[in-house]
Write a protein that binds this ligand. Structure first.
Ligand SMILES: C[S@@+](CC[C@H](N)C(=O)[O-])C[C@H]1O[C@@H](n2cnc3c(N)ncnc32)[C@H](O)[C@@H]1O
Length: 213
């Protein structure tokens, strides 16, 4: 999302979070993430930011959550916020070096990162993510999508407010997975509301479950 520097997650994590809670599809995102984590025990969220979407998992019984992010400011903020929850762990690390630990997670959530990176880096990050998935586990990728048929607020959002310069179409997403050598186990598109209001639901997101190759 295009935000001024003083409102960036690094400089002002609290204000950034408030902005996201108001206009970042927070309500619909958290309910989607929670549904993906149902029945799983170990969840890794790559690019967890301030832990803003980690709240989705708080009420899931027996969950062990790890969030990683390269931004030390947001990880410091998340650690403080979740300090009373021993089953929530936050690590400041680049995904590409974290893979060296060879964890196996039931669910690896890779959300909201690809539209900030070009294809070459996207493929590198996707490949790194798969090595963190347990044999029976799932890599879930969630990304805002561009669709030429969409009109209204979402069109304006993508044009003027979205900071990511690589918002892709559904076909471009699948081509990227293909080039990364990943198998798409399931795919769907969901329409989310930018705000917590029941309508309009005009922000298009792709939800892809990828199998461990
Ligand atoms: C837009 S936020 C996504 C927040 C949340 N996951 C969501 O779905 O709304 C993307 C995050 O990815 C982090 N990030 C980008 N590249 C990364 C990398 N190589 N390793 C770990 N985190 C990374 C950024 O610092 C940023 O906090």
């Amino acid at each position: 999302m295009k935000t001024p520097a003083w409102l960036s997650q690094t400089h002002a994590p609290f204000l950034w979070e408030v902005f996201q809670l108001l206009l970042g599809s927070h309500k619909d995102k958290t309910s989607l993430y929670r549904s993906l984590a149902q029945g799983r025990t170990t969840v890794l969220e790559i690019g967890c930011s301030t832990g803003i979407t980690a709240s989705a998992f708080q009420k899931l019984p027996g969950i062990r959550y790890t969030g990683i992010d390269i931004d030390s400011s947001v990880i410091g903020y998340a650690k403080k916020k979740f300090r009373k929850r021993p089953n929530f762990d936050f690590v400041c690390e680049d995904l590409r070096s974290f893979t060296e630990r060879k964890h196996g997670y039931d669910l690896v959530l890779f959300a909201g990162i690809l539209h900030h990176v070009d294809d070459a880096l996207g493929i590198e990050l996707l490949r790194a993510s798969t090595s963190l998935v347990d044999g029976q586990g799932t890599l879930a990728v969630i990304e805002p999508l561009f669709d030429a048929r969409d009109r209204g607020f979402n069109r304006l959002w993508l044009k003027y407010l979205e900071k990511g310069e690589h918002v892709r179409t559904n076909d471009q997403m699948k081509e990227l997975f293909d080039r990364a050598g990943l198998h798409v186990r399931s795919e769907r598109q969901v329409m989310m509301g930018q705000t917590s209001l029941p309508l309009p639901k005009d922000a298009r997101f792709g939800v892809y479950e990828l199998a461990n190759p």
